[in-house]
Design a protein around this ligand. Structure first.
Ligand code: SAT
Ligand code: MN
Length: 631
């Protein structure tokens, strides 16, 4: 491990004797005037008085400041600098072994009314929650620097953009926010001009006693990720990890933004965003929601296997979707980077992601190679003979445990993606042509099915699920429900969210509504094999969807929606046996009727709040299934 050791100690100096500016040269509070900016200053003072940091650093967002921050983190042992020969400008962070993922059990929606949080969220009354949090935050930043990070989701000043400020005592969070959002003083200018902003406060909850030696990844066993939707605030305590610490992401861009969207008539969605370009050069925009582990990042970076088709990436995780003046829905990716799962990302599964990570990347909890580069399961077909695992221990293939944590991550600017759309930062976004809902279903759900109309599409979205267990043919395995892939991310009552979706679509003229499709790359045959090759070949499904949008192909009416005629699927160059194709699109009324019962059970958990329109969809589905059963 000798070489890696050297890199972990070296700083980011670009050459021998290059002058470096220390972080302390940055951090001045930008001088602005007026009541709005005074309110910001007062809030920052108030948080500082509560958390008592040693220093307050206003992040200006310059490249030099970021370099100084990273250099300081390396010098303090918080980051390992990777070998610039393999991975220039890149770093490895190792988290505390107990701080490796979002903590949904500790995530709260503290709305005034309990029914506004709904049965899928943890709820505590705001007053009660503040009474719990205030003593925890009191003195929580002692011995540390409190960073003030002004950020914009979407390009600064864009019509679909929203701004916020994160206060944090985690330098790792600052570096990550710098990649995932647009950070800079121009956001302060927006605040000074009176634009509303969201307040987010984060502490790792590990104050230092005078002279106390810090650890590489401070955190607290006690964790709270708290949203106050009525006052547009997020307070996060005790975790340095991803969605718990980069508050602009799931906390703001989904949970808080979904509430803003509900009130303003738009949608904050857990959706990737792509542009599909047909061989004729026509452009289509598709947003797609998938629960985790369903290949969302792969679809966001799809490389079609069919000649003439191209996909450009616009976003991999979040879409903000708003009705435009032209009566269509327009979408932006509010983020500026990708915070993706490393394991399983490889040359054969997602070469675009691998190319994106060539440099300027912060890796978290992946393995370190002896040559100072990184590795994770699935990156290469061959496993290196020796590694340092994500916890910093020596590792060989015989170790019998993964070298990278299964939820290890990369944080990288979206602009580095080789197939990012040229106009991915266009403030007005792109007009949506289709919305896809996916899941990981071994049974029942066909490769692709088109919703008959908007409310049927909302019905499908409300039923997204993945199978927990590999189910036998014809029986539904235990379903893990993740409606709209928003279960952990909807900031208000999910039944009200379904109603909001119905409302947003109804306000659009039928001809302008995006068409809705359900896809399932994971259906298995009776012998347990996957029936569909997946990955790049999913472009064949996208082609059919586009041909439907163009009105170029007919569909077959089935009880569950509109299915492709097999002959309309482009299967050139792949060999899917006829019987598999039939199984891929088979609709078994009996197991679908069972699934309808599960839907009814699920809806009943919302205590009468699910919109009647969705119950009507359920009854219509049952009626069509029973008719098919009798036929
Ligand atoms: O940790 S994050 O919430 O940002 C990412 C994820 O859970 O998908
Ligand atoms: Mn996500």
């Amino acid at each position: 491990m000798a070489i890696a050791d050297v890199f972990s100690r070296s700083s980011t100096t670009t050459g021998p004797g290059a002058a470096v500016t220390p972080l302390s040269a940055f951090g001045e509070r930008p001088a602005r005037e007026g009541e709005h900016v005074e309110a910001l200053y007062a809030w920052v003072d108030e948080i500082a008085a509560l958390t008592t940091p040693d220093r307050v650093h206003w992040v200006g967002g310059s490249r030099l400041e970021n370099e100084a921050l990273l250099r300081e983190m390396v010098d303090e042992g918080r980051l390992i600098k990777l070998n610039p020969e393999w991975r220039p400008g890149s770093y490895l962070a190792r988290s505390h072994p107990g701080d490796v993922a979002r903590t949904e059990g500790r995530t709260y929606i503290a709305s005034e009314r309990e029914e506004d949080a709904g049965p899928t969220n943890n709820w505590v009354a705001p007053d009660e929650m503040r009474a719990t949090l205030t003593p925890l935050f009191a003195g929580s930043m002692r011995g540390r620097t409190m960073y003030v990070v002004p950020f914009s989701m979407g390009t600064v000043g864009g019509p679909l953009s929203h701004i916020g400020v994160q206060i944090t005592d985690s330098a790792y969070a600052v570096a990550s926010i710098g990649i995932m959002t647009r950070v800079g003083v121009d956001v302060i200018d927006q605040i000074a001009a009176g634009k509303p902003w969201v307040k987010t406060v984060h502490t790792v909850g590990a104050p230092l006693a005078p002279g106390e030696q810090d650890v590489a990844w401070p955190c607290n066993d006690e964790k709270y990720i708290v949203h106050y939707p009525d006052t547009l605030e997020v307070w996060s305590f005790g975790s340095g990890y991803g969605g718990n610490a980069i508050l602009a992401k799931k906390c703001f861009a989904l949970r808080i933004a979904s509430v803003i969207g509900r009130d303003e008539g738009w949608l904050a969605e857990h959706m990737l965003l792509i542009r599909v370009i047909s061989p004729e050069g026509k452009k289509y925009h598709i947003a797609a929601a998938f629960p985790s582990a369903c290949g969302k990042t792969n679809l966001a970076m799809l490389r079609p296997t069919i000649p003439g088709w191209r996909v450009e990436t616009l976003g991999d995780d979040i879409s903000w979707i708003r009705p435009g003046d032209d009566g269509r829905l327009w979408a932006i990716n509010p983020e500026a980077g990708f915070f993706g799962v490393a394991p399983g990302t490889g040359e054969s599964t997602n070469v675009t992601a691998v190319e994106t990570l060539w440099g300027n990347t912060i890796f978290t909890n992946v393995a370190l190679r002896p040559d100072g580069d990184v590795w994770w399961e699935g990156l290469t077909d061959e496993t290196p003979a020796e590694l340092t695992d994500w916890e910093g221990n020596p590792w060989t293939p015989a170790s019998g445990r993964p070298a990278a944590h299964p939820n290890s991550r990369f944080t990288v600017s979206a602009g580095q993606c080789p197939q990012i759309a040229d106009d991915w930062e266009a403030p007005e976004g792109v007009p949506l042509d289709a919305i896809l809902f996916g899941g990981r279903r071994a049974t029942n759900v066909p490769l692709v099915v088109e919703a008959t109309d908007w409310s049927h599409g909302v019905f499908i979205g409300s039923n997204i699920s993945s199978e927990r267990t590999a189910a036998a043919e014809g029986t539904v395995g235990e379903l893990r429900r993740d409606p709209f892939a928003m279960l952990p991310f909807c900031g208000y009552n999910m039944a009200d969210y379904f109603a909001h979706w119905l409302r947003v679509g109804k306000a659009l003229h039928v001809s302008k509504r995006p068409r809705v499709f359900q896809v399932n790359w994971f259906r298995k045959g009776s012998d347990g094999r996957f029936l569909w090759p997946g990955f790049g070949d999913n472009s064949r499904v996208i082609e059919w969807i586009v041909r439907r949008l163009e009105g170029a192909v007919d569909a077959v009416d089935a009880p569950i929606g509109r299915l492709p005629r097999i002959e309309d699927l482009n299967l050139e160059g792949i060999d899917v046996p006829q019987q598999d194709l039939e199984e891929l699109f088979a609709v078994d009324p009996e197991s679908w009727l069972h699934e309808a019962d599960l839907t009814e059970q699920f809806y009943s958990t919302f205590e009468g709040k699910v919109p009647p329109r969705l119950y009507a969809e359920l009854e219509a589905l049952r009626y069509r299934l029973k008719r098919a059963q009798q036929a």
